[in-house]
Design a protein around this ligand. Structure first.
Ligand SMILES: Cc1cc2nc3c(=O)[nH]c(=O)nc-3n(C[C@H](O)[C@H](O)[C@H](O)COP(=O)(O)OP(=O)(O)OC[C@H]3O[C@@H](n4cnc5c(N)ncnc54)[C@H](O)[C@@H]3O)c2cc1C
Length: 495
């Protein structure tokens, strides 16, 4: 018999909702904590920059039992995703499980000798402690701003300049009639640069260090989901745990794979005019493919053509008067400086002693199936397995984690097996696939199918592939199908 547990879910974004549902479905007593006033995480309205939309097409950014509404566009806008998450919470009555405006300030092992953790909770100026049998951490990768400063910033601000993190660019009017300089080359940086250029900025300059491959929403007129999210494509990347036969097949097909990716690069160079804009990356695209691969913000190249937006390779050196001086010596007039320099990965709620067991010196996470670590008992992460379809990934790992917590995996791993697997994955990321080290190794893309296959096999799913083999090989992960695969796993209820 599986004993009913009291489970804490920290975070009310995509992953927190998935975790709350998975543990609630199995009969556990779930208490969710969200420090904001609302669900949604990165999609919560006050946190989103104007014009934000998903990178994933809508059929890839959804839970298994709820499609996005038909009238949503292929790439929904931030407020639409936010509304979808609310509908999902309503459908499963998840609101009753969460305490909003409640920050989990810390956690420690329970003093009463029972398994589990004591959380320190802060809400409305009050601090209290509460015991839990299991903790699901769903705090995402975008909860702690990466704050950087440059010499001369105080004087720049004193003379009227504004400096902000990308997440503070929440109103296009910030840019009107201003010289805007955006630091960074990620998707948020191009989104903000385009938004500023299209909302009356006098001039927008985007400053970034390296060219990276950017995917257009349509490659040669075809939605990128039909070209890039398939087993046939995934098999061309050097995944972990390949046996001698797979390695031999990879060696034989290497020239074909090489030609495939050079073809893709040529197509991208031609379609986007990368040479003209001095934006051809140095790294082969297959070596770069990971969660950091951005999509081209609609309007980006049009704004380059019109001259409203310009790009400079380099970074900020210092502020001087009303300008930013770049490392190449160029001075760029600046009224608003937007630092699109990302977020700090981390799990600040964890005590140091445990954080050291979780994170290697080079920032790589020690997590089995991107969720648990045998040295950190009675807890696991949901949503840390980010991907190009993170909602589905979060739901898959949430379902895995509840079974792990209950000892109900068909392949319940021993501590030794987990340690060996963690070492194997660290070794693979460091030596065979450096791109997989992005975000501390917490990215399952582009290996969506392989990751889901492992989770389903662990859960003992009777079905893990579509009956239509062609669709399975040449089509994107189908959320409805994954719903049926999850339903084919052994079911149980905690008592
Ligand atoms: C602009 C943008 C666009 C994106 N587009 C895509 C996309 O198209 N496809 C895709 O797959 N992914 C995309 N992502 C990645 C995105 O992060 C994930 O898809 C997903 O939303 C992550 O959900 P999450 O619940 O793991 O984390 P979050 O959404 O970050 O939610 C974490 C929650 O935890 C709360 N929290 C943190 N610490 C505490 C604490 N101590 N106590 C209480 N609460 C706490 C936070 O307030 C937050 O609400 C995008 C991200 C951004 C920023």
């Amino acid at each position: 018999m599986v004993k009913k547990k009291k489970v804490a879910v920290i975070g009310g974004g995509v992953a927190g909702l998935a975790a709350a549902k998975a543990f609630d479905d199995k009969g556990h007593r779930v208490v969710g904590f969200e420090r904001s006033h609302d669900f949604g995480g990165v999609w919560e309205l006050s946190r989103s920059y104007p014009g934000v939309q998903t990178q994933s097409p809508k059929d890839l950014y959804r839970y298994t039992d709820m499609a996005m509404p038909d009238d949503y566009p292929q790439w929904p806008k931030g407020p639409q995703v936010h509304a979808y998450l609310h509908s999902y919470a309503d459908k499963h009555k998840l609101g009753r499980l969460f305490q909003l405006n409640t920050d989990v300030a810390g956690m420690e092992r329970r003093a009463d000798g029972q398994p589990g953790w004591t959380l320190t909770l802060e809400s409305a100026g009050r601090t209290r402690k509460e015991d839990f049998d299991f903790v699901s951490i769903c705090t995402g990768q975008f909860s702690y701003k990466n704050i950087i400063t440059h010499p001369g910033q105080d004087a720049f601000v004193a003379q009227g300049g504004k400096v902000m993190h990308s997440s503070e660019y929440t109103d296009s009017e910030i840019a009107r009639d201003k010289h805007v300089v955006v630091l960074g080359g990620s998707k948020s940086s191009t989104d903000i640069a385009v938004n500023a250029a299209e909302h009356g900025a006098k001039q927008v300059t985007m400053v970034y260090r390296h060219n990276v491959w950017r995917l257009p929403y349509f490659i040669g007129g075809i939605n990128f989901k039909r070209l890039l999210y398939m087993r046939a494509q995934e098999m061309q990347f050097n995944s972990w745990g390949r046996g001698p036969l797979k390695k031999m097949i990879a060696a034989i097909t290497k020239p074909l794979v090489w030609a495939n990716f050079r073809g893709l690069e040529t197509m991208l160079k031609m379609q986007l005019g990368l040479k003209k804009w001095n934006m051809v990356p140095d790294t082969p695209i297959e070596k770069e493919a990971s969660c950091s691969l951005p999509l081209v913000t609609p309007g980006f190249f049009d704004n380059l053509k019109s001259g409203r937006l310009k790009t400079v390779l380099g970074t900020f050196d210092h502020y001087d008067g009303d300008s930013v001086v770049l490392t190449n010596g160029e001075r760029v007039k600046c009224d608003v400086s937007v630092l699109a320099v990302g977020w700090k990965l981390g799990v600040p709620v964890l005590p140091d002693e445990y954080r050291k067991k979780l994170i290697e010196d080079d920032g790589q996470y020690r997590v089995y199936r991107i969720s648990v670590n045998p040295e950190l008992p009675d807890m696991g992460f949901v949503g840390f397995n980010s991907s190009f379809c993170t909602t589905l990934s979060a739901e898959m790992i949430a379902n895995w984690l509840v079974r792990y917590a209950d000892g109900q995996l068909a392949r319940q791993p021993s501590d030794a097996e987990m340690r060996d697997n963690i070492e194997m994955m660290l070794n693979w990321r460091r030596n065979e696939r450096p791109a997989a080290q992005v975000y501390g190794g917490l990215c399952s893309a582009p290996f969506h199918f392989k990751h889901f296959d492992e989770l389903l096999a662990d859960m003992g799913a009777k079905k893990a592939k579509r009956s239509n083999l062609l669709a399975e090989q040449f089509s994107f992960p189908d959320a409805d199908a994954y719903g049926t695969f999850l339903a084919s796993t052994p079911q149980y209820m905690a008592q």
